[in-house]
Design a protein around this ligand. Structure first.
Ligand SMILES: NC(=O)c1ccc[n+]([C@@H]2O[C@H](COP(=O)([O-])OP(=O)(O)OC[C@H]3O[C@@H](n4cnc5c(N)ncnc54)[C@H](O)[C@@H]3O)[C@@H](O)[C@H]2O)c1
Length: 346
Protein backbone atom coordinates (compact mmCIF):
# COMPACT_ATOMS: atom_id res chain seq x y z
CA UNK A 1 0.00 0.00 0.00
CA UNK A 2 2.80 2.43 0.85
CA UNK A 3 5.77 3.16 -1.38
CA UNK A 4 8.37 2.72 1.36
CA UNK A 5 11.15 4.14 -0.83
CA UNK A 6 9.36 7.51 -0.72
CA UNK A 7 9.27 7.44 3.07
CA UNK A 8 12.79 6.23 3.79
CA UNK A 9 14.58 8.88 5.84
CA UNK A 10 11.91 11.50 5.05
CA UNK A 11 11.89 14.21 7.70
CA UNK A 12 8.38 15.04 8.94
CA UNK A 13 7.73 17.57 11.74
CA UNK A 14 4.50 16.99 13.65
CA UNK A 15 3.30 20.21 15.30
CA UNK A 16 0.97 19.17 18.14
CA UNK A 17 2.46 15.72 17.62
CA UNK A 18 2.20 14.48 21.22
CA UNK A 19 -1.59 14.55 20.98
CA UNK A 20 -3.88 11.65 20.11
CA UNK A 21 -3.49 11.74 16.33
CA UNK A 22 0.10 12.99 16.35
CA UNK A 23 1.72 10.31 18.47
CA UNK A 24 -0.05 7.50 16.59
CA UNK A 25 1.09 9.04 13.29
CA UNK A 26 4.66 9.53 14.52
CA UNK A 27 4.92 5.88 15.59
CA UNK A 28 3.63 4.65 12.22
CA UNK A 29 5.94 6.94 10.24
CA UNK A 30 8.93 5.71 12.23
CA UNK A 31 7.91 2.09 11.73
CA UNK A 32 7.75 2.73 7.96
CA UNK A 33 11.26 4.19 7.86
CA UNK A 34 10.59 7.95 7.94
CA UNK A 35 12.15 10.38 10.43
CA UNK A 36 9.27 11.98 12.35
CA UNK A 37 9.97 14.74 14.86
CA UNK A 38 7.37 15.77 17.44
CA UNK A 39 6.92 19.42 18.44
CA UNK A 40 4.41 19.99 21.24
CA UNK A 41 3.84 22.26 24.25
CA UNK A 42 2.25 19.40 26.27
CA UNK A 43 -0.12 21.90 27.92
CA UNK A 44 -3.38 21.71 25.97
CA UNK A 45 -5.37 18.48 26.48
CA UNK A 46 -2.03 16.99 27.46
CA UNK A 47 0.10 16.26 30.52
CA UNK A 48 0.23 19.91 31.69
CA UNK A 49 -3.55 20.18 31.62
CA UNK A 50 -4.22 16.92 33.45
CA UNK A 51 -1.49 17.36 36.07
CA UNK A 52 -2.53 20.90 37.10
CA UNK A 53 -5.76 21.06 39.12
CA UNK A 54 -6.06 17.31 38.57
CA UNK A 55 -8.40 16.92 41.52
CA UNK A 56 -11.05 18.78 39.46
CA UNK A 57 -10.94 16.15 36.71
CA UNK A 58 -12.16 12.72 37.72
CA UNK A 59 -10.41 11.14 34.72
CA UNK A 60 -7.06 12.84 35.32
CA UNK A 61 -5.16 9.82 36.72
CA UNK A 62 -6.28 7.59 33.84
CA UNK A 63 -5.45 10.19 31.19
CA UNK A 64 -2.06 10.95 32.74
CA UNK A 65 -1.32 7.22 32.40
CA UNK A 66 -2.35 7.28 28.69
CA UNK A 67 -0.20 10.34 27.99
CA UNK A 68 2.78 8.84 29.84
CA UNK A 69 2.38 5.76 27.67
CA UNK A 70 2.41 7.96 24.54
CA UNK A 71 5.61 9.68 25.65
CA UNK A 72 7.21 6.39 26.56
CA UNK A 73 6.32 4.86 23.16
CA UNK A 74 7.81 7.90 21.39
CA UNK A 75 10.98 7.61 23.47
CA UNK A 76 11.29 3.86 22.84
CA UNK A 77 10.90 4.46 19.09
CA UNK A 78 13.66 7.09 19.34
CA UNK A 79 11.41 9.82 17.97
CA UNK A 80 12.68 13.32 18.75
CA UNK A 81 10.50 15.58 20.92
CA UNK A 82 10.81 19.35 21.24
CA UNK A 83 8.68 20.82 24.01
CA UNK A 84 7.80 24.31 22.84
CA UNK A 85 4.77 26.55 22.75
CA UNK A 86 4.15 27.05 19.02
CA UNK A 87 2.47 30.41 19.71
CA UNK A 88 6.08 31.56 20.15
CA UNK A 89 7.19 32.49 16.62
CA UNK A 90 10.91 32.43 17.37
CA UNK A 91 10.75 29.05 19.09
CA UNK A 92 8.96 27.36 16.17
CA UNK A 93 11.15 29.14 13.64
CA UNK A 94 14.26 27.84 15.41
CA UNK A 95 12.82 24.31 15.63
CA UNK A 96 11.91 24.17 11.92
CA UNK A 97 15.32 25.51 10.90
CA UNK A 98 16.95 22.82 13.02
CA UNK A 99 14.76 19.87 11.97
CA UNK A 100 14.67 20.91 8.27
CA UNK A 101 11.51 18.91 7.52
CA UNK A 102 10.28 18.11 4.03
CA UNK A 103 6.73 17.94 5.40
CA UNK A 104 5.07 19.63 8.39
CA UNK A 105 1.80 18.25 9.76
CA UNK A 106 -0.05 20.89 11.76
CA UNK A 107 -2.23 19.30 14.47
CA UNK A 108 -2.00 21.84 17.32
CA UNK A 109 -5.40 23.12 18.40
CA UNK A 110 -8.02 23.10 21.06
CA UNK A 111 -9.54 20.05 19.46
CA UNK A 112 -13.02 20.19 21.04
CA UNK A 113 -16.06 22.06 19.77
CA UNK A 114 -17.57 22.60 23.22
CA UNK A 115 -14.28 23.63 24.87
CA UNK A 116 -13.71 26.07 21.98
CA UNK A 117 -17.10 27.68 22.46
CA UNK A 118 -16.33 28.15 26.16
CA UNK A 119 -12.91 29.70 25.52
CA UNK A 120 -12.68 31.38 22.09
CA UNK A 121 -9.59 33.43 22.98
CA UNK A 122 -7.44 30.39 23.81
CA UNK A 123 -8.87 28.49 20.87
CA UNK A 124 -7.82 31.24 18.48
CA UNK A 125 -4.38 31.38 20.07
CA UNK A 126 -3.59 27.65 20.10
CA UNK A 127 -5.28 26.85 16.79
CA UNK A 128 -4.88 29.84 14.45
CA UNK A 129 -1.86 31.63 15.96
CA UNK A 130 0.13 28.39 15.90
CA UNK A 131 -0.92 27.76 12.29
CA UNK A 132 0.04 31.25 11.13
CA UNK A 133 3.45 30.85 12.77
CA UNK A 134 3.98 27.51 11.04
CA UNK A 135 2.90 28.87 7.65
CA UNK A 136 5.16 31.86 8.01
CA UNK A 137 8.26 29.88 8.98
CA UNK A 138 7.73 27.28 6.24
CA UNK A 139 6.78 29.62 3.39
CA UNK A 140 9.11 29.92 0.43
CA UNK A 141 11.07 26.86 1.60
CA UNK A 142 9.15 24.33 -0.48
CA UNK A 143 7.97 22.53 2.67
CA UNK A 144 4.70 20.62 2.24
CA UNK A 145 2.25 21.68 4.99
CA UNK A 146 -0.55 19.28 5.91
CA UNK A 147 -3.27 21.07 7.86
CA UNK A 148 -5.74 19.27 10.11
CA UNK A 149 -9.20 20.72 9.60
CA UNK A 150 -12.47 19.00 10.57
CA UNK A 151 -15.85 17.78 9.34
CA UNK A 152 -17.22 20.68 11.45
CA UNK A 153 -16.43 23.10 8.57
CA UNK A 154 -19.48 21.79 6.69
CA UNK A 155 -22.08 22.67 9.35
CA UNK A 156 -25.35 20.72 9.08
CA UNK A 157 -25.12 17.90 6.54
CA UNK A 158 -28.90 17.93 5.93
CA UNK A 159 -28.93 14.21 5.29
CA UNK A 160 -26.48 14.30 2.38
CA UNK A 161 -23.12 12.63 1.96
CA UNK A 162 -20.75 15.57 1.83
CA UNK A 163 -18.03 15.92 -0.77
CA UNK A 164 -15.08 18.29 -0.40
CA UNK A 165 -16.58 20.84 -2.82
CA UNK A 166 -19.80 21.16 -0.83
CA UNK A 167 -20.49 24.70 0.51
CA UNK A 168 -19.23 25.17 4.08
CA UNK A 169 -21.47 26.70 6.74
CA UNK A 170 -19.63 26.07 10.03
CA UNK A 171 -21.38 26.61 13.38
CA UNK A 172 -19.69 27.92 16.53
CA UNK A 173 -16.11 28.92 17.27
CA UNK A 174 -14.39 25.59 16.47
CA UNK A 175 -15.87 25.20 12.98
CA UNK A 176 -15.42 28.89 12.15
CA UNK A 177 -11.72 28.79 13.11
CA UNK A 178 -11.15 25.56 11.16
CA UNK A 179 -12.72 27.10 8.07
CA UNK A 180 -10.80 30.36 8.51
CA UNK A 181 -7.60 28.32 8.92
CA UNK A 182 -8.25 26.44 5.67
CA UNK A 183 -8.60 29.79 3.87
CA UNK A 184 -5.36 31.02 5.46
CA UNK A 185 -3.50 27.92 4.23
CA UNK A 186 -4.88 28.47 0.71
CA UNK A 187 -3.92 32.16 0.95
CA UNK A 188 -0.31 31.17 1.69
CA UNK A 189 -0.41 28.94 -1.36
CA UNK A 190 -1.70 31.79 -3.54
CA UNK A 191 0.82 34.34 -2.26
CA UNK A 192 3.91 32.19 -1.59
CA UNK A 193 3.22 29.04 -3.62
CA UNK A 194 3.26 27.01 -0.40
CA UNK A 195 2.38 23.36 -1.18
CA UNK A 196 -0.46 22.22 1.10
CA UNK A 197 -2.91 19.45 1.85
CA UNK A 198 -6.02 19.96 4.00
CA UNK A 199 -7.47 16.95 5.78
CA UNK A 200 -11.02 16.85 7.14
CA UNK A 201 -11.41 13.97 9.60
CA UNK A 202 -14.48 13.13 11.70
CA UNK A 203 -15.42 11.34 14.93
CA UNK A 204 -12.11 9.60 15.56
CA UNK A 205 -11.55 6.93 18.16
CA UNK A 206 -8.59 4.84 19.22
CA UNK A 207 -5.89 3.97 21.70
CA UNK A 208 -4.59 6.54 24.20
CA UNK A 209 -7.13 9.24 23.30
CA UNK A 210 -7.95 11.56 26.23
CA UNK A 211 -10.70 13.61 24.62
CA UNK A 212 -13.66 11.60 25.96
CA UNK A 213 -15.91 12.07 22.97
CA UNK A 214 -19.08 10.02 22.80
CA UNK A 215 -17.63 6.53 22.09
CA UNK A 216 -14.91 6.85 24.70
CA UNK A 217 -17.41 8.10 27.31
CA UNK A 218 -19.54 5.00 26.56
CA UNK A 219 -16.64 2.62 27.18
CA UNK A 220 -15.42 4.41 30.30
CA UNK A 221 -18.92 4.43 31.78
CA UNK A 222 -19.41 0.76 30.98
CA UNK A 223 -16.06 -0.16 32.56
CA UNK A 224 -17.22 1.26 35.92
CA UNK A 225 -20.72 -0.24 35.56
CA UNK A 226 -22.47 3.03 34.69
CA UNK A 227 -25.16 3.43 32.02
CA UNK A 228 -24.53 5.28 28.75
CA UNK A 229 -26.00 8.69 27.95
CA UNK A 230 -26.60 10.18 24.51
CA UNK A 231 -27.42 13.82 23.79
CA UNK A 232 -30.48 13.63 21.54
CA UNK A 233 -32.29 10.54 20.22
CA UNK A 234 -29.06 8.82 19.11
CA UNK A 235 -30.39 8.25 15.58
CA UNK A 236 -27.96 10.82 14.24
CA UNK A 237 -25.19 9.31 12.14
CA UNK A 238 -21.51 10.05 12.54
CA UNK A 239 -18.69 8.87 10.31
CA UNK A 240 -16.81 7.08 13.11
CA UNK A 241 -13.19 6.57 12.06
CA UNK A 242 -10.54 4.37 13.65
CA UNK A 243 -7.19 6.09 14.16
CA UNK A 244 -5.29 3.51 12.05
CA UNK A 245 -7.44 4.34 9.01
CA UNK A 246 -6.82 8.07 9.43
CA UNK A 247 -3.08 7.43 9.83
CA UNK A 248 -3.11 5.49 6.55
CA UNK A 249 -4.72 8.51 4.84
CA UNK A 250 -2.11 10.91 6.25
CA UNK A 251 0.83 8.69 5.29
CA UNK A 252 -0.57 8.52 1.72
CA UNK A 253 -0.94 12.34 1.72
CA UNK A 254 2.72 12.63 2.70
CA UNK A 255 3.95 10.27 -0.03
CA UNK A 256 1.68 10.93 -3.00
CA UNK A 257 2.24 14.04 -5.11
CA UNK A 258 -1.49 13.90 -5.98
CA UNK A 259 -2.19 15.23 -2.49
CA UNK A 260 -0.59 18.60 -3.21
CA UNK A 261 -2.95 21.59 -3.03
CA UNK A 262 -5.95 19.38 -2.34
CA UNK A 263 -8.61 19.03 0.37
CA UNK A 264 -9.54 15.49 1.44
CA UNK A 265 -12.21 13.97 3.65
CA UNK A 266 -10.35 11.18 5.47
CA UNK A 267 -12.92 9.12 7.38
CA UNK A 268 -14.28 5.58 7.23
CA UNK A 269 -16.73 6.85 4.63
CA UNK A 270 -20.05 5.60 6.05
CA UNK A 271 -21.99 7.12 8.95
CA UNK A 272 -23.31 4.91 11.75
CA UNK A 273 -25.81 6.02 14.34
CA UNK A 274 -24.73 6.76 17.90
CA UNK A 275 -27.31 4.17 19.00
CA UNK A 276 -25.50 1.53 16.88
CA UNK A 277 -22.23 2.39 18.58
CA UNK A 278 -23.94 2.11 21.98
CA UNK A 279 -25.27 -1.34 20.98
CA UNK A 280 -21.72 -2.56 20.30
CA UNK A 281 -20.70 -1.40 23.78
CA UNK A 282 -23.79 -2.94 25.43
CA UNK A 283 -23.06 -6.28 23.76
CA UNK A 284 -19.56 -6.24 25.27
CA UNK A 285 -20.86 -5.12 28.70
CA UNK A 286 -24.10 -6.97 29.44
CA UNK A 287 -26.44 -5.16 31.86
CA UNK A 288 -25.45 -1.64 30.80
CA UNK A 289 -28.35 0.51 29.54
CA UNK A 290 -28.70 3.55 27.28
CA UNK A 291 -30.38 6.88 28.25
CA UNK A 292 -31.09 9.97 26.19
CA UNK A 293 -30.93 13.63 27.17
CA UNK A 294 -31.34 16.98 25.42
CA UNK A 295 -29.15 17.56 22.37
CA UNK A 296 -26.57 20.40 22.26
CA UNK A 297 -28.02 22.88 19.73
CA UNK A 298 -24.56 24.12 18.70
CA UNK A 299 -23.47 20.72 17.35
CA UNK A 300 -24.24 20.44 13.62
CA UNK A 301 -26.07 17.36 12.42
CA UNK A 302 -23.43 15.42 10.57
CA UNK A 303 -23.29 12.12 8.67
CA UNK A 304 -21.18 10.50 5.95
CA UNK A 305 -18.17 12.23 4.44
CA UNK A 306 -17.52 11.00 0.92
CA UNK A 307 -14.02 9.52 0.62
CA UNK A 308 -14.26 9.00 -3.15
CA UNK A 309 -11.66 11.70 -3.86
CA UNK A 310 -9.13 10.23 -1.39
CA UNK A 311 -9.76 6.76 -2.84
CA UNK A 312 -9.16 8.00 -6.37
CA UNK A 313 -6.19 10.34 -5.85
CA UNK A 314 -4.44 8.66 -2.91
CA UNK A 315 -5.54 5.03 -3.09
CA UNK A 316 -6.99 5.41 0.43
CA UNK A 317 -8.71 2.21 1.60
CA UNK A 318 -10.04 2.30 5.17
CA UNK A 319 -10.16 -1.11 6.82
CA UNK A 320 -12.15 -0.59 10.02
CA UNK A 321 -15.93 -0.45 10.20
CA UNK A 322 -17.02 0.05 13.83
CA UNK A 323 -17.69 -3.69 14.19
CA UNK A 324 -13.94 -4.17 13.79
CA UNK A 325 -12.22 -0.94 14.90
CA UNK A 326 -14.47 -0.07 17.82
CA UNK A 327 -14.42 -3.64 19.10
CA UNK A 328 -10.61 -3.58 18.91
CA UNK A 329 -10.66 -0.31 20.88
CA UNK A 330 -13.00 -1.76 23.55
CA UNK A 331 -10.70 -4.79 23.94
CA UNK A 332 -7.67 -2.49 24.37
CA UNK A 333 -9.58 -0.54 27.06
CA UNK A 334 -10.64 -3.73 28.85
CA UNK A 335 -7.04 -4.97 28.94
CA UNK A 336 -5.83 -1.62 30.21
CA UNK A 337 -8.51 -1.57 32.94
CA UNK A 338 -7.63 -5.13 34.00
CA UNK A 339 -3.95 -4.22 34.38
CA UNK A 340 -4.74 -0.84 36.01
CA UNK A 341 -7.86 -1.29 38.14
CA UNK A 342 -6.90 1.73 40.29
CA UNK A 343 -7.93 4.04 37.41
CA UNK A 344 -11.40 2.55 37.08
CA UNK A 345 -12.87 2.91 40.55
CA UNK A 346 -16.40 4.29 40.66
N1 LIG B 1 -9.73 13.77 17.24
C1 LIG B 1 -10.71 14.04 16.39
O1 LIG B 1 -11.80 13.38 16.38
C2 LIG B 1 -10.56 15.15 15.38
C3 LIG B 1 -11.57 15.32 14.43
C4 LIG B 1 -11.43 16.35 13.51
C5 LIG B 1 -10.32 17.18 13.53
N2 LIG B 1 -9.36 16.99 14.47
C6 LIG B 1 -8.21 17.92 14.48
O2 LIG B 1 -6.98 17.18 14.43
C7 LIG B 1 -5.97 17.86 15.18
C8 LIG B 1 -5.37 16.92 16.23
O3 LIG B 1 -6.42 16.40 17.06
P1 LIG B 1 -6.12 15.46 18.32
O4 LIG B 1 -7.35 14.67 18.55
O5 LIG B 1 -4.82 14.78 18.15
O6 LIG B 1 -6.02 16.57 19.47
P2 LIG B 1 -5.13 16.56 20.81
O7 LIG B 1 -5.75 17.57 21.71
O8 LIG B 1 -4.96 15.18 21.31
O9 LIG B 1 -3.70 17.07 20.28
C9 LIG B 1 -3.42 18.43 20.04
C10 LIG B 1 -1.99 18.66 20.49
O10 LIG B 1 -1.64 20.02 20.19
C11 LIG B 1 -0.80 20.49 21.22
N3 LIG B 1 -0.87 21.95 21.26
C12 LIG B 1 -1.96 22.74 21.40
N4 LIG B 1 -1.61 24.04 21.44
C13 LIG B 1 -0.26 24.06 21.32
C14 LIG B 1 0.70 25.11 21.31
N5 LIG B 1 0.34 26.38 21.47
N6 LIG B 1 2.00 24.79 21.17
C15 LIG B 1 2.39 23.49 21.03
N7 LIG B 1 1.54 22.45 21.05
C16 LIG B 1 0.22 22.74 21.20
C17 LIG B 1 -1.37 19.86 22.49
O11 LIG B 1 -0.41 19.83 23.54
C18 LIG B 1 -1.79 18.49 22.00
O12 LIG B 1 -0.79 17.52 22.26
C19 LIG B 1 -6.64 19.09 15.78
O13 LIG B 1 -6.38 20.19 14.97
C20 LIG B 1 -8.11 18.73 15.75
O14 LIG B 1 -8.92 19.89 15.73
C21 LIG B 1 -9.44 16.00 15.40
Amino acid sequence: MFDLKKLKGKSVALVGGAGFIGHNLALKLKELGAEPYVIDGLQVNNIGYYTSDYEKNINAERYIAFINERLSLLRKAKIGLKIIDVRDYHAISHAINEIKPETVVHLAAIAHANRSNKDPFSTFDHSLRTLENVLDVTRSKGIHVIYFSSSMVYGNFDGETVTEDRECNPMGIYGALKYGAEKLVIGYNQVFNLPYTIIRPSALYGERCVSRRVGQAFIENALVGEDLTVNGDGKEGLDFTYINDLVQGIVLSIIKSNSINQIFNITFGAARSINQLAEIVMEKFPGIKLHHKKRDGLMPERGTLSIAKAQKLLGYTPQHPVEKGFVQYIDWYKNFAESNPQFFKK
